[in-house]
Design a protein around this ligand. Structure first.
Ligand code: HEC
Ligand code: HEC
Length: 399
Protein backbone atom coordinates (compact mmCIF):
# COMPACT_ATOMS: atom_id res chain seq x y z
CA UNK A 1 0.00 0.00 0.00
CA UNK A 2 1.27 3.40 -0.91
CA UNK A 3 -0.56 5.26 1.84
CA UNK A 4 1.36 4.04 4.84
CA UNK A 5 4.62 4.43 3.03
CA UNK A 6 7.73 4.47 5.12
CA UNK A 7 10.30 7.01 4.15
CA UNK A 8 13.06 4.68 3.31
CA UNK A 9 12.04 4.27 -0.29
CA UNK A 10 13.51 0.86 -0.52
CA UNK A 11 13.30 -2.23 1.52
CA UNK A 12 15.20 -5.39 1.90
CA UNK A 13 13.21 -8.09 0.19
CA UNK A 14 15.12 -11.26 0.50
CA UNK A 15 18.48 -12.58 1.34
CA UNK A 16 19.49 -13.87 -2.03
CA UNK A 17 22.92 -15.14 -1.52
CA UNK A 18 25.53 -15.47 1.14
CA UNK A 19 28.93 -14.66 -0.23
CA UNK A 20 31.83 -16.57 1.18
CA UNK A 21 34.45 -14.56 2.95
CA UNK A 22 37.18 -15.82 0.62
CA UNK A 23 40.03 -14.48 2.65
CA UNK A 24 42.34 -15.83 5.24
CA UNK A 25 43.31 -12.93 7.44
CA UNK A 26 42.01 -13.27 10.97
CA UNK A 27 40.80 -9.68 11.09
CA UNK A 28 38.70 -10.24 7.97
CA UNK A 29 37.17 -13.39 9.29
CA UNK A 30 36.13 -11.54 12.41
CA UNK A 31 33.69 -9.46 10.37
CA UNK A 32 30.31 -10.84 9.38
CA UNK A 33 30.00 -12.65 6.05
CA UNK A 34 28.66 -10.54 3.23
CA UNK A 35 24.92 -10.70 2.53
CA UNK A 36 23.65 -9.65 -0.85
CA UNK A 37 20.17 -8.40 -0.21
CA UNK A 38 17.95 -7.64 -3.16
CA UNK A 39 16.60 -4.18 -3.48
CA UNK A 40 13.17 -3.06 -4.51
CA UNK A 41 11.98 0.48 -5.10
CA UNK A 42 9.17 1.72 -2.90
CA UNK A 43 8.38 4.94 -4.63
CA UNK A 44 5.85 7.54 -3.57
CA UNK A 45 2.85 7.84 -5.92
CA UNK A 46 3.54 10.04 -8.91
CA UNK A 47 7.21 9.17 -9.32
CA UNK A 48 8.48 6.70 -11.95
CA UNK A 49 11.15 4.06 -11.40
CA UNK A 50 14.62 5.57 -11.84
CA UNK A 51 16.83 4.25 -14.60
CA UNK A 52 19.66 2.10 -13.24
CA UNK A 53 22.69 1.27 -15.43
CA UNK A 54 22.89 -2.46 -16.13
CA UNK A 55 26.48 -2.62 -14.88
CA UNK A 56 25.58 -1.09 -11.52
CA UNK A 57 22.50 -2.84 -10.13
CA UNK A 58 21.09 -1.65 -6.81
CA UNK A 59 21.69 -3.76 -3.72
CA UNK A 60 21.16 -2.91 -0.08
CA UNK A 61 24.84 -3.51 0.74
CA UNK A 62 26.00 -1.26 -2.10
CA UNK A 63 23.65 1.56 -1.10
CA UNK A 64 24.84 1.29 2.50
CA UNK A 65 28.47 1.47 1.39
CA UNK A 66 27.67 4.40 -0.91
CA UNK A 67 26.02 6.30 1.90
CA UNK A 68 29.07 5.84 4.13
CA UNK A 69 31.41 6.95 1.38
CA UNK A 70 29.26 9.99 0.63
CA UNK A 71 29.87 11.17 4.20
CA UNK A 72 33.50 10.04 4.46
CA UNK A 73 36.22 12.70 4.43
CA UNK A 74 38.83 10.07 3.56
CA UNK A 75 37.47 10.50 0.05
CA UNK A 76 39.37 13.75 -0.52
CA UNK A 77 43.03 14.20 -1.35
CA UNK A 78 43.81 15.94 1.94
CA UNK A 79 41.28 14.01 4.03
CA UNK A 80 39.16 17.04 4.95
CA UNK A 81 36.18 16.90 2.59
CA UNK A 82 33.35 14.58 1.67
CA UNK A 83 30.53 14.86 -0.85
CA UNK A 84 28.40 15.83 2.14
CA UNK A 85 30.57 18.88 2.85
CA UNK A 86 28.91 20.55 -0.13
CA UNK A 87 25.74 18.44 -0.30
CA UNK A 88 24.06 18.64 3.14
CA UNK A 89 20.80 16.79 3.73
CA UNK A 90 19.02 19.51 5.74
CA UNK A 91 19.53 21.86 2.79
CA UNK A 92 18.29 19.24 0.30
CA UNK A 93 21.93 18.40 -0.35
CA UNK A 94 23.17 21.90 -1.10
CA UNK A 95 25.52 23.91 1.12
CA UNK A 96 23.98 27.36 1.61
CA UNK A 97 26.82 29.02 -0.25
CA UNK A 98 26.42 31.11 -3.37
CA UNK A 99 29.45 29.36 -4.81
CA UNK A 100 31.05 26.19 -3.57
CA UNK A 101 34.45 26.06 -1.86
CA UNK A 102 36.62 22.98 -2.38
CA UNK A 103 38.77 20.89 -0.06
CA UNK A 104 41.84 23.08 -0.58
CA UNK A 105 39.92 26.35 -0.25
CA UNK A 106 39.55 26.94 -3.99
CA UNK A 107 36.33 28.69 -4.92
CA UNK A 108 34.05 27.35 -7.56
CA UNK A 109 32.22 29.56 -10.06
CA UNK A 110 28.98 27.68 -9.35
CA UNK A 111 26.83 26.72 -6.42
CA UNK A 112 26.41 23.11 -5.30
CA UNK A 113 23.25 21.64 -6.81
CA UNK A 114 20.50 19.89 -4.92
CA UNK A 115 20.56 16.09 -5.11
CA UNK A 116 16.76 15.92 -4.71
CA UNK A 117 15.53 13.29 -7.21
CA UNK A 118 18.90 13.47 -8.92
CA UNK A 119 18.34 9.99 -10.41
CA UNK A 120 15.80 11.46 -12.83
CA UNK A 121 17.90 14.21 -14.41
CA UNK A 122 18.52 13.58 -18.11
CA UNK A 123 21.83 15.43 -17.76
CA UNK A 124 23.84 16.49 -14.75
CA UNK A 125 25.50 19.74 -13.79
CA UNK A 126 24.27 23.29 -14.42
CA UNK A 127 25.24 23.25 -18.09
CA UNK A 128 26.89 20.07 -19.33
CA UNK A 129 25.12 17.90 -21.91
CA UNK A 130 27.89 15.29 -21.79
CA UNK A 131 27.22 14.19 -18.19
CA UNK A 132 24.41 11.66 -18.54
CA UNK A 133 24.91 9.32 -15.57
CA UNK A 134 25.72 9.78 -11.91
CA UNK A 135 28.75 7.54 -12.38
CA UNK A 136 30.08 9.85 -15.11
CA UNK A 137 29.26 12.99 -13.13
CA UNK A 138 31.39 11.89 -10.18
CA UNK A 139 34.62 12.38 -12.08
CA UNK A 140 33.94 16.12 -11.73
CA UNK A 141 34.03 16.51 -7.93
CA UNK A 142 36.69 13.82 -7.62
CA UNK A 143 39.23 14.88 -10.22
CA UNK A 144 38.42 18.46 -11.10
CA UNK A 145 41.52 20.64 -10.79
CA UNK A 146 40.05 24.01 -11.80
CA UNK A 147 38.75 24.37 -9.19
CA UNK A 148 39.71 21.52 -6.89
CA UNK A 149 36.71 19.95 -5.15
CA UNK A 150 37.67 16.64 -3.52
CA UNK A 151 41.15 16.84 -5.06
CA UNK A 152 41.72 13.14 -5.75
CA UNK A 153 43.97 13.66 -8.76
CA UNK A 154 47.37 12.17 -7.97
CA UNK A 155 46.04 10.72 -4.70
CA UNK A 156 44.11 7.78 -6.18
CA UNK A 157 46.26 4.99 -4.74
CA UNK A 158 46.56 6.72 -1.39
CA UNK A 159 42.80 7.22 -1.10
CA UNK A 160 41.92 3.66 -2.11
CA UNK A 161 44.58 2.51 0.35
CA UNK A 162 42.82 4.30 3.21
CA UNK A 163 39.84 1.98 2.72
CA UNK A 164 41.79 -1.14 1.78
CA UNK A 165 43.70 -0.85 5.07
CA UNK A 166 40.58 -1.18 7.24
CA UNK A 167 39.01 -4.62 7.80
CA UNK A 168 35.48 -3.28 8.28
CA UNK A 169 35.74 -1.21 5.10
CA UNK A 170 37.04 -4.23 3.19
CA UNK A 171 34.10 -6.28 4.45
CA UNK A 172 31.64 -3.63 3.25
CA UNK A 173 33.20 -3.51 -0.22
CA UNK A 174 33.08 -7.32 -0.39
CA UNK A 175 29.40 -7.29 0.54
CA UNK A 176 28.66 -4.64 -2.07
CA UNK A 177 30.73 -6.27 -4.84
CA UNK A 178 30.70 -9.99 -4.01
CA UNK A 179 31.81 -11.06 -7.50
CA UNK A 180 34.86 -8.84 -7.47
CA UNK A 181 38.03 -10.55 -6.16
CA UNK A 182 39.57 -7.21 -5.10
CA UNK A 183 36.62 -4.93 -4.58
CA UNK A 184 38.26 -1.90 -2.96
CA UNK A 185 38.75 0.21 -6.09
CA UNK A 186 37.92 3.69 -7.26
CA UNK A 187 35.38 2.49 -9.88
CA UNK A 188 33.56 0.59 -7.13
CA UNK A 189 33.61 3.65 -4.88
CA UNK A 190 31.94 5.57 -7.72
CA UNK A 191 29.36 2.82 -8.29
CA UNK A 192 28.43 2.62 -4.62
CA UNK A 193 27.98 6.37 -4.23
CA UNK A 194 25.91 6.52 -7.44
CA UNK A 195 23.65 3.74 -6.10
CA UNK A 196 23.15 5.75 -2.90
CA UNK A 197 22.40 8.91 -4.87
CA UNK A 198 19.66 7.08 -6.81
CA UNK A 199 17.80 6.49 -3.56
CA UNK A 200 17.55 10.24 -2.82
CA UNK A 201 13.93 10.34 -3.90
CA UNK A 202 11.62 13.09 -2.71
CA UNK A 203 7.86 12.80 -3.21
CA UNK A 204 6.16 13.76 0.02
CA UNK A 205 5.74 17.53 -0.28
CA UNK A 206 2.35 19.19 0.23
CA UNK A 207 2.08 19.34 -3.59
CA UNK A 208 2.57 15.56 -3.82
CA UNK A 209 -0.01 14.93 -1.16
CA UNK A 210 -2.44 17.23 -2.93
CA UNK A 211 -1.85 15.84 -6.42
CA UNK A 212 -1.16 12.17 -5.88
CA UNK A 213 -2.81 11.29 -2.57
CA UNK A 214 -5.98 13.23 -2.94
CA UNK A 215 -5.28 15.23 0.21
CA UNK A 216 -7.11 18.43 -0.65
CA UNK A 217 -6.08 20.08 2.62
CA UNK A 218 -2.34 19.58 1.98
CA UNK A 219 -1.93 22.92 0.24
CA UNK A 220 -3.00 26.33 1.50
CA UNK A 221 -5.27 28.60 -0.57
CA UNK A 222 -2.35 30.96 -1.44
CA UNK A 223 -0.20 27.98 -2.52
CA UNK A 224 -3.02 26.73 -4.76
CA UNK A 225 -3.40 30.16 -6.35
CA UNK A 226 0.39 30.24 -6.79
CA UNK A 227 0.28 26.82 -8.49
CA UNK A 228 -2.27 28.06 -11.01
CA UNK A 229 -0.09 31.07 -11.78
CA UNK A 230 3.05 28.90 -12.05
CA UNK A 231 1.52 26.78 -14.79
CA UNK A 232 -0.27 29.68 -16.53
CA UNK A 233 0.50 30.97 -20.04
CA UNK A 234 1.23 34.33 -18.47
CA UNK A 235 4.06 33.18 -16.16
CA UNK A 236 5.17 30.08 -18.11
CA UNK A 237 7.28 28.70 -15.21
CA UNK A 238 5.97 25.19 -15.85
CA UNK A 239 7.21 25.25 -19.46
CA UNK A 240 10.80 25.00 -18.22
CA UNK A 241 10.31 23.57 -14.71
CA UNK A 242 7.96 20.80 -15.80
CA UNK A 243 6.95 17.17 -15.33
CA UNK A 244 6.66 15.33 -12.02
CA UNK A 245 10.03 16.77 -11.05
CA UNK A 246 9.33 20.45 -11.81
CA UNK A 247 12.61 20.45 -13.68
CA UNK A 248 14.23 20.38 -17.10
CA UNK A 249 14.38 17.09 -19.04
CA UNK A 250 13.98 13.88 -17.07
CA UNK A 251 14.85 10.28 -17.80
CA UNK A 252 13.66 7.14 -16.06
CA UNK A 253 13.15 3.43 -16.51
CA UNK A 254 10.72 2.67 -19.35
CA UNK A 255 10.71 6.30 -20.48
CA UNK A 256 9.61 6.35 -24.11
CA UNK A 257 12.77 8.26 -24.76
CA UNK A 258 14.97 10.43 -22.61
CA UNK A 259 13.87 14.05 -22.69
CA UNK A 260 15.87 16.01 -25.22
CA UNK A 261 18.35 18.22 -23.41
CA UNK A 262 17.54 21.92 -23.29
CA UNK A 263 19.35 24.83 -21.69
CA UNK A 264 18.00 28.36 -21.29
CA UNK A 265 19.24 31.89 -20.90
CA UNK A 266 17.00 33.46 -18.24
CA UNK A 267 18.36 36.98 -18.66
CA UNK A 268 20.43 37.06 -15.48
CA UNK A 269 23.26 39.04 -17.11
CA UNK A 270 24.17 41.35 -19.93
CA UNK A 271 27.63 42.68 -19.12
CA UNK A 272 28.49 44.20 -22.50
CA UNK A 273 25.17 45.44 -23.85
CA UNK A 274 25.25 42.55 -26.30
CA UNK A 275 24.05 39.83 -23.95
CA UNK A 276 27.33 38.45 -22.62
CA UNK A 277 27.43 36.69 -19.25
CA UNK A 278 30.41 37.32 -16.92
CA UNK A 279 33.54 35.56 -18.23
CA UNK A 280 33.82 33.40 -15.10
CA UNK A 281 30.77 31.39 -16.22
CA UNK A 282 28.90 31.69 -19.48
CA UNK A 283 27.04 28.40 -19.20
CA UNK A 284 26.79 26.15 -22.23
CA UNK A 285 28.74 28.69 -24.32
CA UNK A 286 31.93 27.83 -22.45
CA UNK A 287 31.67 24.27 -23.75
CA UNK A 288 30.41 24.85 -27.28
CA UNK A 289 31.69 28.39 -28.10
CA UNK A 290 28.39 28.80 -29.99
CA UNK A 291 27.07 32.32 -29.57
CA UNK A 292 23.49 31.17 -29.17
CA UNK A 293 24.54 29.14 -26.11
CA UNK A 294 25.52 32.26 -24.19
CA UNK A 295 24.19 32.11 -20.62
CA UNK A 296 22.29 28.88 -21.17
CA UNK A 297 21.84 26.67 -18.10
CA UNK A 298 19.69 23.70 -17.17
CA UNK A 299 16.39 24.38 -15.41
CA UNK A 300 16.90 22.61 -12.07
CA UNK A 301 14.16 20.90 -10.08
CA UNK A 302 12.21 23.27 -7.87
CA UNK A 303 11.48 20.53 -5.33
CA UNK A 304 12.76 21.55 -1.88
CA UNK A 305 13.65 24.93 -3.36
CA UNK A 306 12.74 26.76 -0.12
CA UNK A 307 15.77 25.25 1.66
CA UNK A 308 18.39 25.67 -1.08
CA UNK A 309 19.03 29.43 -1.10
CA UNK A 310 20.84 31.28 -2.52
CA UNK A 311 19.60 30.63 -6.06
CA UNK A 312 20.79 30.26 -9.66
CA UNK A 313 24.06 28.77 -10.90
CA UNK A 314 26.12 31.42 -9.12
CA UNK A 315 23.92 32.02 -6.08
CA UNK A 316 23.34 35.60 -7.21
CA UNK A 317 19.64 35.59 -6.26
CA UNK A 318 19.30 35.53 -2.46
CA UNK A 319 15.66 34.58 -1.84
CA UNK A 320 12.60 33.08 -3.50
CA UNK A 321 10.97 36.53 -3.46
CA UNK A 322 13.96 37.89 -5.39
CA UNK A 323 13.74 34.99 -7.88
CA UNK A 324 10.08 35.78 -8.52
CA UNK A 325 10.88 39.48 -8.96
CA UNK A 326 13.63 38.53 -11.44
CA UNK A 327 11.14 36.64 -13.61
CA UNK A 328 8.43 39.32 -13.22
CA UNK A 329 10.89 41.91 -14.53
CA UNK A 330 11.98 39.53 -17.26
CA UNK A 331 15.69 39.78 -16.51
CA UNK A 332 18.09 41.62 -18.79
CA UNK A 333 16.81 41.92 -22.34
CA UNK A 334 19.39 40.44 -24.68
CA UNK A 335 19.46 38.59 -27.98
CA UNK A 336 20.10 35.37 -26.05
CA UNK A 337 17.33 35.58 -23.45
CA UNK A 338 14.64 32.91 -23.76
CA UNK A 339 11.34 33.91 -25.33
CA UNK A 340 9.67 32.45 -22.29
CA UNK A 341 11.30 34.98 -19.97
CA UNK A 342 9.65 38.24 -20.94
CA UNK A 343 8.35 39.59 -17.66
CA UNK A 344 4.78 39.95 -16.45
CA UNK A 345 2.73 42.20 -14.24
CA UNK A 346 2.09 40.83 -10.79
CA UNK A 347 0.47 42.24 -7.67
CA UNK A 348 2.13 41.91 -4.27
CA UNK A 349 -0.47 39.29 -3.32
CA UNK A 350 0.26 37.28 -6.45
CA UNK A 351 3.97 37.28 -5.59
CA UNK A 352 3.17 36.03 -2.10
CA UNK A 353 1.02 33.29 -3.63
CA UNK A 354 3.76 32.16 -6.01
CA UNK A 355 6.28 31.99 -3.17
CA UNK A 356 3.74 30.01 -1.11
CA UNK A 357 3.52 27.54 -4.00
CA UNK A 358 7.32 27.22 -4.15
CA UNK A 359 7.34 26.63 -0.39
CA UNK A 360 4.77 23.85 -0.81
CA UNK A 361 7.44 21.85 -2.64
CA UNK A 362 9.36 21.18 0.57
CA UNK A 363 9.43 17.52 1.61
CA UNK A 364 10.26 17.54 5.33
CA UNK A 365 10.48 13.75 5.45
CA UNK A 366 13.18 13.79 2.77
CA UNK A 367 15.20 16.42 4.64
CA UNK A 368 15.12 14.32 7.83
CA UNK A 369 15.07 10.79 6.40
CA UNK A 370 17.58 8.81 8.50
CA UNK A 371 18.29 6.57 5.48
CA UNK A 372 19.97 9.54 3.82
CA UNK A 373 21.84 10.86 6.86
CA UNK A 374 25.39 10.15 7.93
CA UNK A 375 25.44 6.65 9.44
CA UNK A 376 24.93 6.86 13.17
CA UNK A 377 24.53 10.64 13.21
CA UNK A 378 22.35 13.69 12.64
CA UNK A 379 19.04 13.57 14.42
CA UNK A 380 16.53 15.57 12.41
CA UNK A 381 16.54 18.26 15.13
CA UNK A 382 20.29 18.68 14.78
CA UNK A 383 19.96 18.77 11.05
CA UNK A 384 17.49 21.64 11.36
CA UNK A 385 19.75 23.52 13.74
CA UNK A 386 22.57 23.24 11.22
CA UNK A 387 20.52 25.38 8.84
CA UNK A 388 20.93 28.39 11.06
CA UNK A 389 24.69 28.18 11.29
CA UNK A 390 26.94 29.98 8.85
CA UNK A 391 28.32 27.65 6.22
CA UNK A 392 30.93 25.49 7.78
CA UNK A 393 32.97 22.92 5.96
CA UNK A 394 32.16 20.30 8.54
CA UNK A 395 30.51 17.08 7.63
CA UNK A 396 27.38 16.43 9.68
CA UNK A 397 28.65 13.51 11.68
CA UNK A 398 31.18 10.83 10.92
CA UNK A 399 30.43 7.35 9.74
C1 HEC B 1 33.42 21.54 -3.23
C2 HEC B 1 32.01 21.27 -3.13
C3 HEC B 1 31.52 19.96 -3.75
C4 HEC B 1 31.88 18.70 -3.39
C5 HEC B 1 32.94 18.27 -2.40
C6 HEC B 1 31.04 17.82 -4.17
N1 HEC B 1 30.19 18.55 -4.96
FE1 HEC B 1 28.73 17.85 -6.15
N2 HEC B 1 28.41 19.70 -6.89
C7 HEC B 1 29.09 20.83 -6.52
C8 HEC B 1 28.85 21.88 -7.48
C9 HEC B 1 29.44 23.29 -7.44
C10 HEC B 1 27.99 21.35 -8.47
C11 HEC B 1 27.54 22.02 -9.77
C12 HEC B 1 28.64 21.66 -10.77
C13 HEC B 1 28.52 22.23 -12.13
O1 HEC B 1 27.43 22.43 -12.63
O2 HEC B 1 29.56 22.48 -12.74
C14 HEC B 1 27.73 19.98 -8.06
C15 HEC B 1 26.90 19.11 -8.76
C16 HEC B 1 26.70 17.79 -8.41
C17 HEC B 1 25.78 16.89 -9.08
C18 HEC B 1 24.85 17.25 -10.22
C19 HEC B 1 23.44 17.39 -9.71
C20 HEC B 1 22.48 17.70 -10.81
O3 HEC B 1 21.27 17.84 -10.54
O4 HEC B 1 22.88 17.82 -11.96
C21 HEC B 1 25.89 15.68 -8.47
C22 HEC B 1 25.14 14.42 -8.81
C23 HEC B 1 26.91 15.81 -7.44
N3 HEC B 1 27.35 17.10 -7.43
C24 HEC B 1 27.32 14.76 -6.63
C25 HEC B 1 28.47 14.84 -5.84
C26 HEC B 1 29.12 13.68 -5.23
C27 HEC B 1 28.65 12.26 -5.35
C28 HEC B 1 30.20 14.15 -4.56
C29 HEC B 1 31.26 13.34 -3.83
C30 HEC B 1 31.93 12.32 -4.61
C31 HEC B 1 30.22 15.61 -4.72
N4 HEC B 1 29.16 15.98 -5.51
C32 HEC B 1 31.12 16.44 -4.12
C33 HEC B 1 29.87 20.95 -5.39
C34 HEC B 1 30.47 19.88 -4.75
C1 HEC C 1 12.99 29.61 -20.13
C2 HEC C 1 12.89 28.59 -19.11
C3 HEC C 1 12.51 29.03 -17.73
C4 HEC C 1 11.36 29.64 -17.32
C5 HEC C 1 10.19 30.12 -18.17
C6 HEC C 1 11.44 29.75 -15.88
N1 HEC C 1 12.62 29.23 -15.44
FE1 HEC C 1 13.26 29.18 -13.55
N2 HEC C 1 15.09 28.53 -14.15
C7 HEC C 1 15.43 28.24 -15.46
C8 HEC C 1 16.86 28.04 -15.56
C9 HEC C 1 17.64 27.70 -16.81
C10 HEC C 1 17.37 28.23 -14.26
C11 HEC C 1 18.85 28.26 -13.87
C12 HEC C 1 19.38 29.60 -14.35
C13 HEC C 1 20.78 29.93 -13.90
O1 HEC C 1 21.24 29.39 -12.92
O2 HEC C 1 21.39 30.81 -14.53
C14 HEC C 1 16.23 28.53 -13.41
C15 HEC C 1 16.30 28.75 -12.04
C16 HEC C 1 15.22 28.99 -11.23
C17 HEC C 1 15.27 29.07 -9.81
C18 HEC C 1 16.52 28.84 -8.96
C19 HEC C 1 16.82 27.36 -8.88
C20 HEC C 1 18.02 27.01 -8.06
O3 HEC C 1 18.17 25.84 -7.72
O4 HEC C 1 18.82 27.89 -7.75
C21 HEC C 1 14.01 29.32 -9.36
C22 HEC C 1 13.56 29.50 -7.92
C23 HEC C 1 13.17 29.41 -10.52
N3 HEC C 1 13.93 29.20 -11.64
C24 HEC C 1 11.80 29.67 -10.48
C25 HEC C 1 11.06 29.96 -11.62
C26 HEC C 1 9.73 30.53 -11.59
C27 HEC C 1 8.94 30.85 -10.34
C28 HEC C 1 9.37 30.74 -12.89
C29 HEC C 1 8.11 31.40 -13.42
C30 HEC C 1 7.92 32.77 -12.97
C31 HEC C 1 10.46 30.27 -13.71
N4 HEC C 1 11.47 29.81 -12.91
C32 HEC C 1 10.47 30.31 -15.09
C33 HEC C 1 14.56 28.18 -16.52
C34 HEC C 1 13.31 28.78 -16.53
Amino acid sequence: MLKGLSHSWWSALAVVLVAACGCSRASDQATAPALVVAFTWQLPPGLPVPRVPSDNPMTVAKIDLGRRLFYDTRLSGNGTFACASCHQQARAFTDGRAQAIGSTGASHARGAMTLTNVAYNASLGWADPSLRTLEAQMAVPMFNEHPIELGLKGHETEVVGRFAAQPDDRARFRAAFPDDPSPVTLPNIVKAIAAFERTLVSGDSPLDRYLYRDDKSAMSAPALRGMKAFFSDRLRCGECHGSFNLSGPVDFDNAVKAGELVFHNTGLYDVDGRGAYPAIDRGLFDLTQRKTDMGRFRAPTLRNIAVTAPYMHDGSVPTLEAAVVHYARGGKPSPFRSDRVRGFLMSADEKTDLVAFLESLTDQAFLANPAFAAPGAARPAQAKAALGRPNEHGVPGKP
